[in-house]
Design a protein around this ligand. Structure first.
Ligand SMILES: Cc1cc2nc3c(=O)[nH]c(=O)nc-3n(C[C@H](O)[C@H](O)[C@H](O)COP(=O)(O)O)c2cc1C
Length: 197
């Protein structure tokens, strides 16, 4: 990897670096930011899972994910929308942590647009006949056979999650000196600071 460390001693460039890494994660399936980890609350415990990043709007600080509206995380998010996103790329040695809230979109303009833009392969999993996470006695009856389903009917189980963040923490590991910084928009105005790594 050729190192471009312009951001190393600049908060402004660090934020740009973070935004570029997340942006790259949308279409680059090799990027570790393509599959970040979304954490939510379930009662007093924390629930964590990998999700595929579908869209990133750096200006609005929104990440888009897709999920099954019958999955456990939907009820969890209805109870408590506070959530976080974590990604680490070992090749780049960069960790990004985002804190924010997630909104759920089922059968609205946002979900319709996302469904229309989805590929057949991605749409297929929403046709599974029961709720993801349900206990079953054997997995085979739940295997999806493309020829046997009407993929478009899966839309009724399709949900979009929009994650809005107001805190971004960046950590870059480097032997000669790690770099950790925090970008905080919670007062509607960006506050940037270095942190001791
Ligand atoms: C590489 C990878 C990508 C995944 N992408 C998604 C995704 O985009 N949306 C999703 O709901 N689950 C995705 N999953 C499955 C989730 O990690 C999780 O198992 C599932 O959503 C059930 O989570 P829940 O019970 O907390 O709702 C993915 C898993 C892996 C390993």
């Amino acid at each position: 990897m050729s190192e471009n460390l312009d951001f190393y001693n600049s908060l402004e460039l660090t934020l740009l670096k973070a935004e570029n890494l997340i942006s790259d994660g949308v279409n680059n399936s090799k990027s570790l930011f393509h599959t970040p980890v979304l954490s939510t609350f379930i009662n007093n415990t924390i629930s964590t899972r990998t999700v595929v990043l579908r869209e990133f709007n750096a200006k609005k600080r929104i990440l888009r994910f897709h999920t099954d509206s019958r999955s456990g995380k939907i009820e969890e998010l209805k109870e408590n929308s506070i959530s976080s996103i974590h990604g680490y790329d070992p090749e780049l040695k960069v960790q990004v942590r985002l804190k924010g809230k997630t909104s759920i979109h089922v059968d609205d303009e946002i979900s319709k647009k996302a469904w229309t833009q989805s590929r057949e392969m991605s749409k297929m999993c929403y046709s599974i006949k029961d709720s993801p996470g349900k206990k079953i006695s054997s997995p085979e009856p739940f295997d999806l056979v493309k020829e046997e389903i009407n993929i478009e009917l899966g839309y009724k189980n399709f949900a979009v999650l929009l994650f809005y963040y107001d805190s971004l923490e960046f950590l870059f590991l480097k032997g000669a000196g790690h770099r950790r910084s925090l970008f905080d928009w919670s007062s509607n105005q960006l506050k940037s600071s270095w942190l001791i790594p």
